[in-house]
Ligand binder design. Structure first.
Ligand code: IDP
Ligand code: MG
Length: 139
């Protein structure tokens, strides 16, 4: 994956609440091009691997439960400065601290159920995109 790309998930709460369309509209209106996308559901093993960096944190069990409880929308997005600009668009991890107009401010319920994922580095964007998509699914 090129470094002008990032990886996102619209998490189970976004799908449950019917926010897929509104969030994708905000993402594309902010200049991101969708180059891969699917509705999928992570298994417990998937979520434990995806979030392995957090395995010692007290919320890890809760995070795995949440991320596996229903379908997500996984996508790879393209834009100049994609990783940083997408983190700005989604806002702080805790929606109470997220800036006005950000996706988490608009759609997240709590620090745990926070609507969207965004990769935190080019390296992780590549790893996370490859975790969810085969090469032929990426355009
Ligand atoms: P990020 O998603 O903004 O990068 P991270 O610190 O990498 O935030 O945490 C990964 C995910 O773990 C968060 O998006 C959120 O769903 C969950 N999480 C983070 N901190 C907490 C917490 O204190 N309680 C419950 N869940 C949390
Ligand atoms: Mg993170």
């Amino acid at each position: 994956m090129r470094t002008n790309r990032t990886f996102t998930m619209l998490k189970p709460d976004s799908v449950e609440k019917g926010h897929i369309g509104a969030i994708l509209e905000k993402i594309t209106a902010s200049g991101f091009k969708i180059v891969a996308m699917k509705l999928t559901q992570m298994t417990t093993a998937d979520a434990k691997e995806f979030y392995a960096i957090h395995k010692e944190r007290p919320f890890f069990g809760e995070l795995v439960e949440y991320m596996t409880r229903g379908p997500i929308v996984a996508a790879i997005l393209e834009k100049d400065n994609a990783v940083e600009d997408f983190r700005t668009l989604i806002g702080a991890t805790n929606p109470a601290e997220a800036a006005e107009g950000t996706i988490r401010k608009l759609y997240a319920a709590s620090i745990g159920e926070n609507a969207v994922h965004g990769s935190d580095s080019d390296e992780n964007a590549a790893i996370e995109g490859a975790f969810h998509f085969a090469g032929r699914e990426i355009f």
